[in-house]
Ligand binder design. Structure first.
Ligand SMILES: CC(C)(COP(=O)(O)OP(=O)(O)OC[C@H]1O[C@@H](n2cnc3c(N)ncnc32)[C@H](O)[C@@H]1OP(=O)(O)O)[C@@H](O)C(=O)NCCC(=O)NCCS
Length: 237
């Protein structure tokens, strides 16, 4: 088994977007005053300080631009009323546990292939068909992405998204409808989790309440750390 930290400090998961943009993903961040956001086409997530002022929300509005859509799902703060809420979904943050059966070594599943820039058009098409969550042309810059091909066609993928210090989020977990029920998502989640654990980091993920994928994650030993709300707002102006 690849070792997981014995007693990981998971408080960074209270705001994984802000922790990532101020830390390991600083190179993917754009910043204005107290507001941070991922670069366009990387991710649509933004972060504001823990106790944001009106000026911090103005900074975020400046970053995105009037009329843009800002996702602040890992932050609990609510923007001023002029920011219209257009997305509000209940969900869960889940973390790997000692019951998560990470493989002895990385990269031993012969069916799992690394995905790179040349694969992005197929990845975008698979994400559009299966809708695992936000996925854009530059999302693969956030971490390692892996997939399974069947007859040459990409039928399943998973990868790494936010990266706060000491932890990495597993995301874009999806399997084409014609390839479901064969264990592909389970194998890919474990492959990504193994890579994360091999770096001495803790795997975590987010799932919308009611998504059958939660059962897949529970079967892999992930457990709920806390409820979350996936919230997105239209920037006023
Ligand atoms: C969720 C999803 C990734 C599962 O892919 P998959 O390759 O079929 O998953 P697996 O074959 O590894 O399934 C593992 C287990 O979950 C079960 N499972 C998978 N999909 C299920 C579903 N829709 N409903 C109920 N159980 C399901 C399988 O039966 C299996 O259980 P078992 O081991 O007891 O037989 C796929 O349905 C999908 O792409 N959904 C849309 C995108 C999405 O929502 N992704 C998750 C974002 S958080």
């Amino acid at each position: 088994m690849t070792a997981r930290p014995a007693a990981p400090d998971l408080t960074v998961l209270d705001d994984p977007v802000g922790e990532a943009l101020r830390g390991p993903h600083a190179h993917l961040a754009r910043r204005h005053g107290g507001a941070l956001a991922y670069a366009p086409q990387v991710a649509s997530f933004a972060a504001v300080p823990a106790t944001p002022t009106a000026a911090d929300w103005d900074d975020l509005g400046h970053l995105y631009g009037a009329g843009s859509f800002a996702e602040v799902f890992t932050a609990t703060q609510t923007p001023p009323p002029s920011w219209v809420c257009e997305l509000d979904l209940a969900g869960f943050q889940m973390v790997a546990t000692p019951a998560t059966p990470v493989a002895p070594t990385v990269g031993t599943d012969p069916d799992v292939v690394l995905l790179g820039p040349a694969d992005v058009p197929e990845m975008l098409a698979l994400a559009a068909r299966t809708r695992p969550g936000p996925f854009f042309a530059r999302t693969i810059e956030m971490g390692t992405y892996v997939g399974v091909r069947d007859g040459g066609a990409l039928v399943a993928m998973a990868g790494e998204r936010t990266h706060p210090p000491g932890a990495t989020e597993i995301s874009a977990v999806c399997t084409a409808p014609e390839a479901r029920g064969r264990g592909l998502a389970s194998r890919l989640v474990l492959d990504v989790a193994t890579r994360i654990c091999a770096r001495g980091e803790h795997p975590f993920l987010h799932v919308v309440d009611g998504n059958p994928a939660m059962r897949v994650y529970e079967q892999l030993g992930f457990e709920v750390r806390r409820p979350v709300r996936f919230r997105g707002f239209r920037v006023p102006g």
